[in-house]
Design a protein around this ligand. Sequence first.
Ligand SMILES: NC(=O)c1ccc[n+]([C@@H]2O[C@H](COP(=O)([O-])OP(=O)(O)OC[C@H]3O[C@@H](n4cnc5c(N)ncnc54)[C@H](OP(=O)(O)O)[C@@H]3O)[C@@H](O)[C@H]2O)c1
Length: 315
Amino acid sequence: MTALRICVLGGTGFVGHALVKRLAADGHAVTVLSRNLALHPDRLLPPGVVVRETDVYDPDGLQAQFTGMDAVINLVGILNEAGDSGRGFRRAHVELTQFVVSACRQARVPRLLHMSSLNAGRGRSHYLKSRGDAEAVVKASGMAWTIFEPSVIFGIDDGLFARFGRLLKLAPVLPLACASAKFAPVFVGDVVEAFRRALHDRSAIGEVFELYGPEVFSLADIVRMTARQLGLRRWVLPLPDVLGRLQALACDFIPGKPFSSDNFRSLQVDSVGGIDGLHRLGIAPTPVAQVLPDILGDAGDKQSRYARFRAHRGR
Ligand SMILES: NC(=O)c1ccc[n+]([C@@H]2O[C@H](COP(=O)([O-])OP(=O)(O)OC[C@H]3O[C@@H](n4cnc5c(N)ncnc54)[C@H](OP(=O)(O)O)[C@@H]3O)[C@@H](O)[C@H]2O)c1
């Protein structure tokens, strides 16, 4: 495997952390650009990875950081914005992608891997609309690009099982909007493997890979599975849409937006795939049950869960 110089945006996040660790272990020279490292105290990147605090919205700065790179990976994404105008989504997804593409072209970076989402461009949410618009920018870039469209991603410290696990510990009843929305959760290790393979596979250039797991669950299934795994007796209360909309509207005003009107709109489109990208890349998908005990199991703190997980997965 040729060692590459790779620059990653969004490398401090849940997926980024796993991907950067893997790319560094493969011997690549990885540089992570972060707006503010202090925001990610739990996500220490491995030694050898260069981390630079940078204004990623500064086109000249980006071009300087990209100079000499063989590939750029853009993992930046947000689930919520301030307000509900779509401006925040446009900025983080579309404008940033425009800056990235333009800086790549000026710095003569040949390869771009771009993280998107299943259903990009579909439905009425600002999230999915901006994802579709960002994909259009990448496809028109003239670069050697690859786009990834995952369903919801699971793994240790995820925003799915781990998050519902925390919520379920708070109260005996969980009123749930969009309870019948469908997902095909994909394991973070499989997502990382998809990026890794695409990086070295020229046939992945100009391709869009949907990344989804082997099982389809409703949101209510996911929450009930989480409660079962934690040994909690909880009542999941599916809300009719009118109440779900009201819940979302109320959450729009809670700092950090645990749920939002835009989340409600994006959940109207089931996050299940059509053309299996993992299969196309020769990756056998990991079922949820194989990893759930490691995400939620009670065998101690996060460190020991990681140790068990690594031993178990041989990674
Ligand atoms: N997790 C999932 O279930 C899932 C499903 C489908 C698609 N995706 C997509 O996969 C990508 C990675 O997901 P993730 O779960 O790893 O996300 P994450 O943990 O939230 O990390 C995203 C990273 O992007 C950077 N970022 C956040 N907001 C930004 C903004 N407004 N402008 C510029 N940079 C910003 C942050 O890095 P700094 O603070 O260091 O700059 C952050 O570490 C995202 O594009 C996400 O939308 C994720």
